[in-house]
Design a protein around this ligand. Structure first.
Ligand code: FES
Ligand SMILES: [Fe+2]
Length: 398
């Protein structure tokens, strides 16, 4: 993040604290509850946003070395991601070209040959079919056209991107806009994978995204946890094409008021929360006292998914990463902090959001209301509507 942007955000947050103000979307809007409960809508968004749109599948640290692999079934199809011997990132449908069996069953690991569990056809990390057992009995197989089916994939700014649709391409610079440069500056690519947890939730996936879209709830829902060291209802907010960034305001910001700007530490004073359309929250973290300045100590990646065509269930893959270049004591502290952050998401945000889904299906209300202080919800749902060819959210006040 550029230094002048760091200073701008910190000054703005200090000013908002002093004035008792926060970000203002310029009006209130409302969103029909069917957006969360409609079966037809679930089918549309699954096709448009989860089958035909580039997806963040992890960070560079999920494939730590040549020969690393990662599998995913989150998008309703088996996907195998590899780092080849030269370090290049690839993605394939994890589907054997013999009779369709899922080739690699493990979630992650190290391998140079992927051997199908059915008849042991073997594939390389670059997807070539390299061995067919008993080929003299089976018959000749043209290996040059029976490799794993490759998907468009790119590793950039420390993130792993895959287009889940065979034959599709994507342009990351166009998708991210200025956010690409900012991601690069955080050094996400240096982070090491820590752990991953899956939370299954009885709610539409958009409830999960919405919980990350405002800090209005901090002093209430998180009064005994996050609100201990974050000011609720004070933030900076900026959009980058379909994506956005919220800068949450840590209480530690106050100690910088009397320090020269060159000593300001954005990762102590704020918590940046990036949303990448349609389903990603990426949260760089440096909030460890006395850590080496200007170094990310870790990050949390939240990937939220619907179940195909089912508006009433979703799941989140929450993974955290730490920086191997910082001293061990900071890494351990970071691991503990990020583990407990994941538990807060599960036990507080998602727990209450799931009751919102019950509310949506109860017949009690026709719309949800998004306030002036919740611009991320406006932008997310307007972007979502635009993707599906729907009207923008209905404005109900100025
Ligand atoms: S289905 Fe994979 S080797 Fe036969
Ligand atoms: Fe929350």
């Amino acid at each position: 993040m550029k230094i002048d942007e760091q200073i701008r955000c910190m000054k703005l947050l200090m000013q908002r604290l002093d004035d008792g103000t926060t970000v203002d979307a310029g009006g209130m809007v409302r969103n029909p509850v069917e957006a969360y409960t409609s079966q037809q809508r679930a089918g549309q968004e699954w096709e448009t946003m989860f089958q035909s749109y580039p997806q963040v599948m992890g960070l560079t640290g999920d494939l730590p070395a040549p020969g690393s692999f990662l599998t995913s079934n989150d998008l309703g199809k088996p996907i195998l991601m590899t780092r080849d011997k030269d370090g290049a990132f690839h993605a394939f449908l994890n589907v054997c070209r013999h009779r369709g069996t899922v080739v690699e069953g493990d979630q992650r690991g190290q391998k140079t040959l992927f051997s199908c569990p059915f008849h042991a056809w073997g594939y390389s990390a670059t997807g070539e079919l390299v061995s067919v057992p008993k080929e003299d009995h089976f018959g000749p197989v043209d290996k040059s056209c029976h490799g794993l089916v490759e998907l468009a994939a790119e590793e950039k700014h420390g993130l792993l991107w895959v287009h889940p649709e065979v034959g599709s391409q994507f342009d990351l610079d166009e998708l991210l806009g200025e956010l690409g440069e900012e991601f690069e500056s955080w050094g996400f690519g240096d982070l090491q994978f820590g752990a991953i947890t899956t939370y299954e939730t009885p709610m539409n996936w958009k409830f999960a995204i919405d919980t990350f879209g405002e800090t209005y709830h901090f002093n209430v829902l998180h009064k005994n946890t996050l609100a201990n060291d974050i000011y609720g209802n004070v933030q900076c907010y900026d959009t980058y094409n379909r994506n956005h960034r919220m800068m949450l305001c840590a209480k530690a910001i106050d100690k910088y008021r009397d320090l020269p700007e060159e000593d300001w530490d954005i990762l102590q004073a704020t918590i940046p929360v990036y949303y990448i359309f349609p389903n990603i929250q990426l949260i760089p973290s440096g909030r460890i006292e006395n850590r080496p300045k200007d170094q990310l100590s870790g990050a949390t990646l939240v990937r939220v998914y619907p179940h195909k065509d089912n508006p009433h269930k979703s799941f989140s893959q929450i993974s955290f990463y730490t920086n191997p270049n910082i001293p061990e004591e900071f890494r351990l502290a970071m691991s503990e902090r990020l583990t407990s952050f994941g538990e807060i998401i599960r036990d507080e945000d998602y727990a209450v959001a799931a009751t919102g889904h019950l509310g949506a299906t109860s017949g009690a209300l026709t719309h949800f209301t998004f306030g002036r202080n919740e611009p991320a919800l406006h932008h997310y749902h307007n972007t979502y509507n635009e993707m599906l060819g729907l009207e923008p959210l209905e404005r109900i006040s100025n």
